[in-house]
Write a protein that binds this ligand. Structure first.
Ligand code: FAD
Length: 188
């Protein structure tokens, strides 16, 4: 086999899990090959479509500040504490205790450091704009969720007659914003 075709690690897929594995292997100076089943313009599986909301244990607001850099006191944000135990309890509640205990422990105990690692890779996190209520100018976020500004963080799609995605829009974009594009496609 030619030298330039030698790889230490082969990662199958190009979604978030695959990219995380590939970056981790690269960090250890391994030469990585990524294989994707889908065509180039459809690569990334579900990660292409994700809204990017992410749950992790952060303890107090300082734990959030370590992730969301531009969170200032003027933002007047309140976020209930969310410990590893809280996360674990929620996970077991929604899965009716059926989560694999070892995997559940791993997920929750490593959740904060995982998000920090993603931040180090250049993912920018923001407070989840869909998940707060406001009283007396104070924004209270609930549910322990952040969002990331990764480039595939779009949730509305305009598709053409062939079912191909023509353009993606953000979760807060009003449908009117799509009017012109839809008219254009209808006239084709
Ligand atoms: C609309 C939407 C919104 C979502 N919002 C959220 C959210 O807010 N928060 C959240 O936590 N989760 C959300 N999810 C779920 C989240 O997107 C998925 O759990 C996550 O992206 C899965 O990542 P993954 O890398 O495991 O798989 P995927 O991203 O699906 O990647 C799998 C990859 O493997 C490739 N592949 C499959 N078989 C083969 C093969 N045989 N050979 C080569 N390649 C192959 C696929 O083409 C794909 O690229 C959302 C999902 C959708 C669809």
């Amino acid at each position: 086999m030619e030298n330039n075709k030698h790889f230490d690690v082969v990662v199958v897929g190009t979604g978030n899990a695959a990219l995380s594995a590939a970056v981790t292997a690269s960090e250890k100076n391994r030469k990585v090959l990524m294989l994707e089943k889908g065509p180039e313009h459809k690569r990334g599986g579900n990660s292409y479509f994700t809204d990017g909301a992410i749950r992790f244990a952060y303890n107090d607001l300082d734990g959030i500040r370590s992730i969301v850099e531009d969170l200032s006191d003027e933002d007047n944000v309140e976020m209930p504490e969310y410990s590893v135990q809280d996360f674990h309890d929620d996970l077991m509640k929604v899965t009716q205790g059926k989560s694999n205990p070892k995997l559940a422990d791993h997920l929750v105990s490593k959740s904060h450091e995982t998000i920090l690692w993603m931040k180090e890779q250049g993912v920018k996190f923001i407070m989840n704009e869909n998940q707060f209520y406001e009283t007396d100018g104070k924004k209270t976020f609930w549910g322990g969720l952040l969002s990331n500004k990764i480039k595939w963080n779009f949730t509305k799609f305009v598709i053409d007659r062939n079912g191909e995605v023509v353009k993606r829009f953000g979760p807060q974009d009003e449908p009117e914003k799509m009017d012109n594009l839809i008219s254009e496609l209808l006239n084709k």
